[in-house]
Ligand binder design. Structure first.
Ligand code: GLU
Length: 416
């Protein structure tokens, strides 16, 4: 039988495994398996050539028992409602494991932003927000950036929301530019949080990070910052990085400055001077201490998991490992830092951004990152301890911590 790659069935299967260990009440389990609310809509956009093109958009509020729904918006040609549902479920577990007072949500638009002009992208961003304006807000649901969306997209969405509502409410969306109430240190936060988690995992494995070899798949916001900060602040030797067109490799390490300069000039990583071209599949199978999938879901599967030769898989992407690959890697003794723990740095600093917006009082970057370190380290230790106490792998352990917290809030509210 071929492997199930539907992200939402994977997310439900992961929950089912944790529910069995937790002996979760079946009625609670049934409630937590489904999103609480979904919005499906069309976004007609006037394209530059005068034609109207209709895009499909989604926003899923998976669970808001612990606080307003929270999660990013992706612009992706392969987006599906099931991907958005899975990502919204993972946001629910992410905010819970990080212990911030928020629920989980996610949004998506089926589109290829590479094919859109700046004007079309702006109209699409505003059109998306117009559709969800009445369902989002500081106390309801707070979107943020994700794959192919960025601070400029957040700025357009904020402006659309505030223009319709007739008041300023910067906390309605996070990952904003600094000039519109963004938080210092938000852009590198996901990568930095992951590196703090890697530091903690390495301590447990007695692995020194100085010159530890590392391969990173994906060179968007998260992958590129993981390269830069991993090399400059944590002493990692990043030997391979990739984008959607392929990977580059140098056994002596890749200089982040030279790589980003090459990328700026050429639009892709391939053919970077002093490096060897590899495929994305080859990057994943390199013999390195730390492998960081930082792209999209379903990258480590039953097809390649037995050839993965790394001590730590740090999942900066959402959903990069399928359940079958999980079993293979766990059997081999690979230490997996599961996605909704490893990449929680982004939403943690988004939460700090909301707090700063509410108080209209802003912190400097060192304060933001110090608080991020504390939150991620606490979450990491809770998961690590749970995995030892219950003799379960780290992903199940992360679910045990998170599901227990969400279930408690649901119970206290009297919903189940
Ligand atoms: N999109 C990021 C994530 O998947 C950040 C979400 C947020 O800041 O709300 O965690």
């Amino acid at each position: 039988m071929s492997e199930n790659l539907n992200p939402f069935s994977i997310a439900q299967a992961q929950l089912d495994e944790a529910a069995a260990v937790l002996q979760l009440d079946p009625q609670m389990h049934a409630f937590l398996r489904e999103p609480m609310r979904e919005f499906h809509f069309t976004i007609p956009i006037k394209m530059d050539d005068g034609q109207t093109k209709t895009f499909r958009g989604y926003r899923v509020q998976y669970n808001d028992a612990r606080g307003p729904a929270k999660g990013g918006i992706r612009f992706h040609p392969d987006e599906t409602i099931d991907t958005v549902r899975a990502l919204a479920a993972w946001m629910t577990w992410k905010t819970a494991v990080a212990d911030i007072p928020l629920g989980g949500g996610k949004g998506g638009v089926i589109c290829n932003p590479r094919e859109l002009s700046q004007g079309e992208l702006e109209r699409l961003s505003r059109g998306y927000m117009r559709n969800i304006t009445r369902y989002v807000g500081l106390t309801q649901d707070v979107p943020a950036p994700d794959v192919n969306t960025n601070p400029q997209v957040m700025a357009w969405m904020l402006d659309e929301y505030e223009s319709i509502m007739g008041h300023r409410e910067p906390g309605v969306i996070t990952g904003k530019p600094l000039a519109l109430g963004g938080s210092a240190g938000r852009t590198p936060a996901t990568a930095l949080g992951g590196l703090f988690a890697i530091r903690e995992a390495a301590k447990n494995l007695n692995l020194s990070l100085e010159n530890a070899t590392c391969a990173i798949q994906g060179y968007g916001n998260v992958g590129s910052f993981a390269h830069k900060l991993g090399s400059n602040q944590f002493g990692l030797k990043v030997v391979a990085v990739s984008d959607e067109f392929g990977a580059i490799y140098n056994e002596n390490g890749l200089d982040p400055k030279a790589v980003s300069q090459h990328l700026r000039r050429n639009g892709k990583l391939k053919d970077c001077p002093n490096t060897e071209n590899l495929t994305n599949a080859e990057l994943l199978e390199l013999e390195v201490d730390i492998l960081i999938p930082a792209a999209i879901e379903n990258q480590l599967t039953s097809q390649n998991a037995d050839r993965i030769k790394t001590k730590i898989v740090a999942e900066l992407a959402n959903g990069p490992t399928t359940p079958e690959a999980d079993n293979i890697l766990n059997d081999k003794g690979t230490y997996i830092i599961p996605d909704f723990l490893c990449n929680a740095g982004g939403v943690i600093v988004s939460y700090f951004e909301m707090v700063q917006n509410s108080y209209q009082f802003y912190w400097d970057e060192s304060m933001v990152h110090e608080r991020l370190d504390k939150k991620i380290t606490t979450a990491f230790n809770a998961v690590h301890r749970m995995s030892q106490k219950q003799s379960v792998d780290t992903r199940v352990a992360a679910y045990l911590v998170a599901v227990d917290r969400v279930a408690e809030a649901v119970r206290l509210r009297g919903w189940v």
